[in-house]
Design a protein around this ligand. Sequence first.
Ligand SMILES: [Mg+2]
Length: 101
Amino acid sequence: MTTIKKAQEEVADYDKKYGWDDDGAEYITIHMTEELGEIARRILRHGGYKKERFDEKELAEEITDLLYLTLKLANKFGIDVEKEWDGDMWCRYEKKVNRLK
Ligand SMILES: [Mg+2]
C-alpha cells in the first residue's frame, strides 16, 4: 500500500528524473488550477450542465493529477504531508465543525 510519505517520495523521484524538480511554486500552483478546472469540467458533465459524456475514470485521473501537484508543491517547501495529516489536521477540522455548532 502506498502511504502519503511514499507517494511524496515517488513524486520527488519522478520530478528529479525528468528535471522538473526546479519548477517554481507559482507555476506548480497555476498548473494546480488547470487540473482543478479539468475536475470541474467532469463534475459539470456529471451534473448535466455540460452536455458531454461523463467518464468516472477521467474524473479519477484528474483528481490524481491534482494530488500529484499538491505533493509536488509540498516537496517544493519541504512539507511532510503525512506528518501534517497525522498531526493536528483532524484537530483543526474538528475545531472548524465545532465553531459552526
Ligand atoms: Mg489532468
